[in-house]
Design a protein around this ligand. Structure first.
Ligand SMILES: [Zn+2]
Length: 145
């Protein structure tokens, strides 16, 4: 079985026991992060109590870090499992106005509705720079070790 989320690329932004956090490859919404269960599980409702509790902590830590770094106007929390069945959450910051980061201007062209995916070429090293920027403002509870 090949599962991209069992062995994701990208550095872990935090140090939660049950969840990995990393910057999404698509940054159509600046700071979009993936929170993925460390073990392979495809049923979101089959999480253990400890996993469920820590998912809330992890999502809150990411939300707070993104709030500090980019001041989003809203957050979307998506658990869909359409293209990757491994349990994960897309934590998508939403913006009413453009944000600048790494020499790129990001605009939320779908404010007020679904966070539609879009292709956007990112310069070499962008995701690492973004991951470092988010990781630096992660609350102590979830800070990477
Ligand atoms: Zn998996």
């Amino acid at each position: 079985m090949s599962c991209e989320l069992c062995d994701p690329a990208g550095s872990d932004l935090a140090s939660f026991a049950c969840w990995r956090i990393f910057a999404a490859r698509d940054q159509n919404y600046l700071g979009k992060c993936i929170i993925a269960l460390r073990r392979h599980e495809e049923d979101f409702l089959a999480l253990t109590e400890a996993e469920r509790d820590e998912m809330w902590e992890a999502a809150r830590a990411v939300r707070d870090a993104l709030a500090r770094r980019f001041a989003p106007d809203h957050f979307n929390y998506q658990v869909l499992g359409n293209s990757g069945r491994h349990v994960h959450m897309h934590l998508t910051p939403r913006y009413t106005s453009p944000r600048e980061f790494g020499g790129i201007t990001f605009t939320d062209d779908h404010w007020g509705t679904w966070p539609f995916p879009s292709e956007q070429a990112l310069p070499e090293g962008f995701l690492k720079t973004l991951a470092d920027a988010i990781s630096r403002v992660m609350p102590p509870k979830g800070a990477a070790k």
